[in-house]
Design a binder for this molecule. Structure first.
Ligand SMILES: [Zn+2]
Length: 77
């Protein structure tokens, strides 16, 4: 009887640990996907005058540099 309740307790413990890990995994996966989507929707600009890297909202083809004001074209990857 003692052995049964012990293994049952171990089973519940293992299941709750698995549920916790699964929950954390889902949480981080969801969070990283949101982060990735936000970064993907931004366009990276490189200033050819003062060498500064900056980003702007996606869809913009040209954006003035925040440091020197030079209007740069979108980086092509
Ligand atoms: Zn600049």
């Amino acid at each position: 009887m003692f052995t049964v309740s012990l293994s049952l307790g171990a089973l519940i413990y293992t299941l709750s640990a698995c549920a916790l890990i699964f929950g954390l995994w889902l949480y981080y996966d969801f969070r990283d996907r949101g982060l990735y989507e936000t970064q993907r929707r931004r366009t990276i600009f490189h200033c050819i005058r003062c060498d500064k890297l900056y980003s702007a909202r996606a869809g913009t083809e040209t954006c003035p540099c925040p440091r020197c004001g030079f209007r740069n074209e979108r980086l092509q990857f």
